[in-house]
Structures are given as structure tokens and as C-alpha cells.
Design a protein around this ligand. Structure first.
Ligand code: NAP
Ligand code: G4F
Length: 365
């Protein structure tokens, strides 16, 4: 067997649900760089939301040999299980979710269907495939499961769960299903309990991106004010690009286990504002309004993770500092705002480019 054939037979295949999301982008990029064949599940929608997968294609000119997108939806049991059996992936990363905590209060049943029942469909598909071909599963669990109860910080793998939203309740169910499939069927299934991770690819209605986009739009005169909710909430914010590496490392272990992934530092929304506005030399107190519509029925006050197990067993550690993350996001949004301003200036009077953003969400997010 020559080296080319050898590479072919050892090339791994991964299936990613949620490939169009923030983590889907960074994880795909990392797996493609490692030589994986990557299959991604995408949902059909009336308007295309492929910004991140299009970016991937641009970054990997030979993507057609390695990256394959398939229509699907994790709430569709037959389709999800059939895809898994048909594609026979070595690794499955279940990243799909209705991932917005505030929105989960508006859509509790839908959130449960996607985040809990959808995860169960993925596990069932993996269990069936595993009868004939070994498969490993990563479940995207979350620090929201801890609920940030006072006195429980820093949270580790042994901290009790106290979910405080429909989103977190559904994720707790998926977490337990994952453990149960491991214990009942010997499935190689891991929960990555990831604390908040952000990037320039973050959705625009999460607080970090809402702020960095607001900073850039204000700096370029495209927006006047920024409306936010609770500025006292504290989060352990890391960089998504660092965190997807931990997902992969979990599936390369000898035996499946659950891991907390975090930086071990916590900062308030207020501190994030300080840092982001400082980057452009502005004082946020002159631009930010507090709008009670952005408050949640129950809040998670403080999250701060203890990732010492991941550090010692996976050899994983975060590479990006809090300030480095904020500046990376502000700089990216400044570039977008500059491009937007230039393009707007070229349009005829009265015509404007759509500025769909968090501020145009149907409900306060
Ligand atoms: P995200 O940007 O909101 O991406 C979510 C992905 O799930 C999108 O690709 C979305 O597709 C897809 N999806 C939603 N409903 C689906 C369905 N019914 N069937 C198939 N796909 C569906 O989220 P993220 O920040 O990348 O997070 C990835 C995962 O990690 C999520 O499960 C999230 O709950 C979890 N997590 C995130 C963090 C964080 O701080 N980012 C922390 C802990 C855990 P569309 O593009 O079509 O909507
Ligand atoms: O950015 P957020 O919406 O993220 P949240 O709720 O912490 O959830 C994110 O991280 C979880 C991991 O812990 C993931 F599982 C989940 O999928 C998601 O990725 O809000 C962060 C904090 C909250 O305390 C919120 O009340 O910021 C506060 N906040 C203040 N003003 C705001 C706003 N959040 C949003 N989205 N919009 C605001 O205007």
C-alpha cells in the first residue's frame, strides 16, 4: 500500500449538526485542517443563512473533496438516524441547538424538542450504528446547567446542576441521556460542559457581539444608542477557536468522560463594555441605555469554570485572553462597519442596505 492509499484508509469522517453556527464554523475549520472528511447537517430556510459555511468554502479552495452539506433537522428522528447510518461517521459532534437563553423563555417546547429530543435522536442513531461500526459522540453541554447559584463558583464536573431557563433544562436532559447511553450501551459519548465562548462569528444577539457590533456601528456613525439588560451578570468568556480543540480532544481519549471547558476568569457585562468602548476611545456610559425588556425571568448571575480536569487529562488550555478576545471582536466589527458605510455611500439617495441586527429581533434579545 502506498502512502496515498494509506492516507485514504486512515482519513476520519466527522458528522456535525449545527455546522452553520459559530462553533460549527470553528470546529469544521479545525477538522478540515486535520484532514477529516466533514459532513454537516443544514436546515432548509426561505432565506439562506450560510455566511459561515460560505466563509469555510472560501478558506478551503479544495473544499469539495472534504466538506459535504446535507439537509436535515435533529427534530426529524427518521432523517437524523438515517443520515448517521448512511454516512457512518467516526465522530459525531452534536452542536445543534436553539442556543439563545432569553428566546427559550418564548419558545420552551421548541427549545426542548431541539435541545433534548434532538440530542436523543442523535444518540439513537449512534447506538444503532455502533452495533456494526464504532462511533464517538460529542454532546454540546453548557455551563448554563449549573445556574450560577451563589456559593457554587468555580463550577467543575462535580458541581450540582440547577438549570434556570427552558434552554438549560433541555440541556440537562440531553446531558443525562448522553451519560445514560454511555453507561447502558457502552457508547463512546462525552459531554463537553463549555462555558461561554465568543468570536467574530458569534450570533449578533448574544451580549458580547451585540456590544462589539454596537461599538463599531456607533464609532462609524451608523447607530446612536445601544440598549442592554443586566450589566451585573458575570460570565467566564473564552474564545470559540480555542474551545473547539477541546471538543476534538475529548473524542481522542481512550475512554469517554465529561469535561468542563473554561478560562477560570469571570467578568461582568459592564467590564466587557469598558474594554470594548475603550478600544475605540469612547465612554460607554454616554451611549448605553438599560431596557428592562432585555432582563430574563430568571438570571444566571455568576459563571466561572474550573477546567483543571481538561488541563491535566486533555492537555487543553485557553490561548486567548479576555482583552484579546474583546479586541479581536471589536476590530472585526469595525471592518464590517467601515465596509457597510462605504457601500451605503455608493447607493442612490433613499436606498439603504439591510442592517438586520439584534435590534431588529422580534423579541428583546
Ligand atoms: P449557534 O451559533 O446558535 O448555532 C446553533 C446551530 O444549531 C446552528 O447551526 C443552527 O442552525 C443549528 N440548529 C438549530 N436548530 C436545529 C435543528 N432543529 N436541527 C439541526 N440544526 C439546528 O450556537 P453555538 O454558539 O455555535 O453553540 C453550539 C452548541 O454549543 C449549541 O448546542 C449551544 O447550545 C452549545 N453551547 C454554546 C456555548 C457558547 O457560549 N457558544 C456554550 C456552551 C454550549 P441554523 O443556522 O439553521 O439556525
Ligand atoms: O450573551 P448571552 O445571551 O449568553 P448566555 O445567556 O450566557 O448564554 C450563552 O452562553 C451559554 C453558556 O453559559 C450557552 F449555553 C448559550 O447557548 C449561550 O451561548 O447573555 C450573557 C449575559 C446574561 O446574563 C444576560 O442577561 O448578558 C446579559 N445581557 C445583558 N444585556 C444580555 C443583554 N444578553 C443578551 N443576549 N442581550 C442583551 O441585551
Amino acid at each position: 500500500m502506498n502512502a496515498d492509499n494509506m492516507a485514504e484508509t486512515t482519513q476520519k469522517t466527522a458528522l456535525i449538526t449545527g455546522i452553520t453556527g459559530q462553533d460549527g464554523y470553528y470546529l469544521s475549520r479545525s477538522l478540515l485542517e486535520k484532514g477529516y472528511v466533514v459532513h454537516g447537517i443544514v436546515r432548509r430556510s426561505s432565506s439562506m443563512n450560510r455566511e459561515r459555511t460560505d466563509r469555510l468554502k472560501a478558506e478551503f479552495p479544495d473544499w469539495e473533496e472534504q466538506l459535504f452539506l446535507h439537509y436535515g433537522d435533529v427534530t426529524d428522528a427518521a432523517c437524523t438516524i438515517e443520515r448517521i447510518i448512511q454516512l457512518e461517521p467516526d465522530e459525531i459532534y452534536n452542536l445543534s441547538a436553539q442556543s439563545h437563553v432569553r428566546v427559550s423563555f418564548d419558545k420552551p417546547l421548541f427549545t426542548h424538542q431541539v435541545n433534548a429530543v434532538g440530542a436523543l435522536h442523535v444518540l439513537e442513531g449512534a447506538r444503532l450504528l455502533n452495533r456494526t461500526k464504532p462511533v464517538r459522540v460529542y454532546q454540546a453541554s453548557t455551563s448554563e446547567m449549573f445556574g450560577g447559584i451563589p456559593g457554587t463558583s468555580p463550577q467543575s464536573e462535580t458541581t450540582p446542576f440547577h438549570p434556570r431557563s427552558p434552554y438549560a433544562c433541555a440541556k440537562v436532559a440531553a446531558y443525562h441521556h448522553t451519560v445514560n447511553y454511555r453507561e447502558s450501551y457502552g457508547l463512546f459519548a462525552c459531554n463537553g460542559i463549555l462555558f461561554n465562548h465568543e468570536s467574530p462569528m458569534r450570533g449578533e444577539n448574544f451580549v458580547t457581539r451585540k456590544i462589539t457590533r454596537g461599538v463599531a456601528w456607533i464609532k462609524h456613525g451608523l447607530q446612536e444608542r445601544l440598549a442592554l439588560g443586566n450589566l451585573d451578570a458575570k460570565r467566564d468568556w473564552g474564545f470559540a477557536g480555542d474551545y473547539v480543540d477541546a471538543m476534538w480532544r475529548m473524542l481522542q481519549q481512550e475512554s469517554p468522560e465529561d469535561f468542563v471547558i473554561a478560562t477560570g476568569e469571570t467578568h461582568s457585562v459592564r467590564e466587557f463594555l469598558d474594554c470594548a468602548f475603550e478600544r475605540v476611545g469612547l465612554d460607554w456610559t454616554a451611549y448605553v441605555d438599560i431596557d428592562p425588556r432585555f432582563l430574563r425571568p430568571a438570571e444566571v448571575e455568576v459563571l466561572c469554570g474550573d477546567a483543571s480536569k481538561a488541563r491535566s487529562q486533555l492537555g487543553w488550555r485557553p490561548e486567548t485572553s479576555f482583552r484579546g478576545l474583546v479586541e479581536m471582536m471589536v476590530d472585526h466589527d469595525l471592518e464590517l462597519a467601515e465596509r457597510h458605510r462605504r457601500m451605503s455611500a455608493m447607493l442612490p439617495l433613499g436606498v439603504s442596505i439591510s442592517t438586520a441586527s439584534a435590534s431588529s429581533s422580534p423579541s428583546p434579545t
